[in-house]
Structure formats: C-alpha cells, structure tokens
Design a protein around this ligand. Structure first.
Ligand code: NAD
Length: 241
C-alpha cells in the first residue's frame, strides 16, 4: 500500500532518543526509509528496532569523517538521501559565569558546527540531483532569551542565521533548507531546564509531526509551542510558552 513518504530516504542525527527517535518512528510509519545515527551506540539497536528504521550507525556530528561515513551508509542501505534532519544537540544549563570553557565549546561544536557540517555534506549529495530537504532543529531559544541557557541560546540563534542564509544560497537549486523551533519538550534534554517546571510541555511525537510538515510543505521557520494548552505550529512569532 502506498504511503505519503514512500520514496523518501531520511537520515536523522541524535536518533537514539527524544525528538530524533520520535521523528524516526513517525516518518518510518509514513513510508520513509529512515536511518538513525547517534553518538550513543548502546541505545542505537533498540531505537532502530522500535522506530522501524532500516539501519543505524554511530555518528559524531562534530567529526566530519564520521558524519560523511554515516551519510555514505545511509545511501548504501537505503538509497539516495532525500532528507537530512540535523537534530543532535545538547543543552547544559547554568549561568554563563559558572559555565566551564569546555562545556561552551562542546555546545558550539555539536549544536552549530554539527549542523554546518551536516548541511554541507547533504548539499554535496543533493545539489547534483537538484532535490532534497535539510531540516535543522533549532529552538524557540533561537529567538528568545532564557537566563540559564545563554550559550545554548547563542547556538540556536546561530543555527537559525545559518539556515536562513543557506536557504537563500540554494534557493534556485531545488533544495529546501528550513528549521523547526520547538518549545521546551518532554525529553531527557528538556528535563534539564528546571527553572520552568510546571509548564505543560509537548511530547517529542508532537515535534515529529512538525518535522514531517517541513518535508511536505516547507516554511523557513516552523515554531511549535502551546498556547492556552493547545499545541500550535506557526510560521509567525509566538510567545515561548
Ligand atoms: P535528547 O538529549 O533527548 O537527544 C539528543 C540526542 O543527540 C541523544 O541521543 C544524544 O546521544 C545525541 N547526541 C549528542 N551529541 C551528539 C553528537 N556529537 N553526535 C551525534 N549525536 C549526538 O534531546 P532532544 O530533546 O531530543 O533534542 C533534540 C534536538 O531538539 C536538539 O537539537 C535540541 O537542542 C532541540 N530542542 C529540544 C528541546 C527540548 O526541550 N527537548 C526544545 C527545543 C529544541
């Protein structure tokens, strides 16, 4: 039986848990061939089985060779890449004055350089075919200021600036480059933001639905948040909670 995402080959970084795993499950159920990559090798086999991914591999998005090998494996196992979801990210919490230098550097390496590297490697594969989707998982922290998350906010602002610029560079090449901006979401990463406890947060599956929408009908920035208890996806600025 034909499904809406039949024919798509999707690579997802940070796919072993959280938003990445929910997205793998969601897109695979809609007929995409999904391959998940993660630095956490131990979680990958179970995540792969649970999500219906066709393959999985260790990837460290901060290492260009590792990322390139991951995308090579995707194309060997599943066919030409049509969608890259740059999802891997970390969010250590604390006032910037207390943040050790190595933590700030790691955040920039994963959240920013990982997205830049992934985008370039995907473009190398997609540009000759003049088709493809690159979906970068930013955050509402890329448009707002959350004390305790200064460096994280900086990385997500950077991801949005990068995404918007690359979109313009490849505008005439048949490639869509866009972002999803989730609000605080119920994942291991999200649980670190203790300052906003008590707010009802979306489940990762609800973010996965927005990522699907960015494949079907891309918009530059798709924000996901709850307004008065109702989950909203919007192209327009929204309050973060
Ligand atoms: P999570 O911690 O549940 O999952 C992140 C995954 O990324 C983990 O499996 C981890 O092993 C993997 N990862 C970390 N470093 C990596 C690396 N160097 N290479 C490859 N994989 C690596 O987090 P999540 O909440 O699912 O977050 C996914 C994305 O969504 C992140 O970019 C995050 O910034 C963004 N986001 C999350 C929230 C939230 O509240 N959860 C809100 C807005 C945006």
């Amino acid at each position: 039986m034909s499904k809406p995402l039949n024919g798509h080959v999707v690579a997802i970084t940070g796919g072993a848990r959280g938003i990445g795993l929910a997205t793998a499950t969601h897109l695979a159920a809609l007929g995409a061939k999904v391959v998940i990559g993660d630095i956490d090798e131990a979680e990958l086999p179970n995540a792969s089985l649970a999500s219906g991914a066709v393959a999985h591999a260790r990837v460290d998005v901060t290492d260009r060779d590792s990322f390139a090998a991951f995308l090579d494996l995707v194309e060997r196992e599943a066919g030409p890449l049509t969608v890259l979801v740059n999802n891997a990210g970390i969010m250590p919490v604390g006032r910037v004055i207390d943040e050790p230098e190595h933590i700030a550097r790691r955040m920039v390496e994963i959240n920013v350089l990982g997205v830049i590297t992934g985008t370039k490697l995907a473009l190398e594969r997609m540009l000759p075919r003049r088709s493809g989707h690159i979906i970068n998982i930013a955050s509402l922290a890329g448009e707002y200021q959350f004390p305790g998350l200064a460096t994280y906010c900086a990385t997500k602002h950077a991801v949005l600036g990068f995404t918007d610029t690359v979109r313009k560079e490849v505008r005439d090449d048949g490639i869509s480059v866009c972002a999803v901006l989730p609000t605080l979401t119920n994942t291991q990463l999200g649980s670190g933001a203790s300052g906003i406890r008590g707010v009802r947060v979306p489940e990762p599956e609800e973010i996965a639905a927005a990522i699907e929408r960015q494949i079907r009908k891309p918009v530059p920035r798709l924000r996901v948040t709850r307004l008065a208890g109702v989950l909203v996806q919007s192209q327009h600025y929204l309050p973060p909670f």
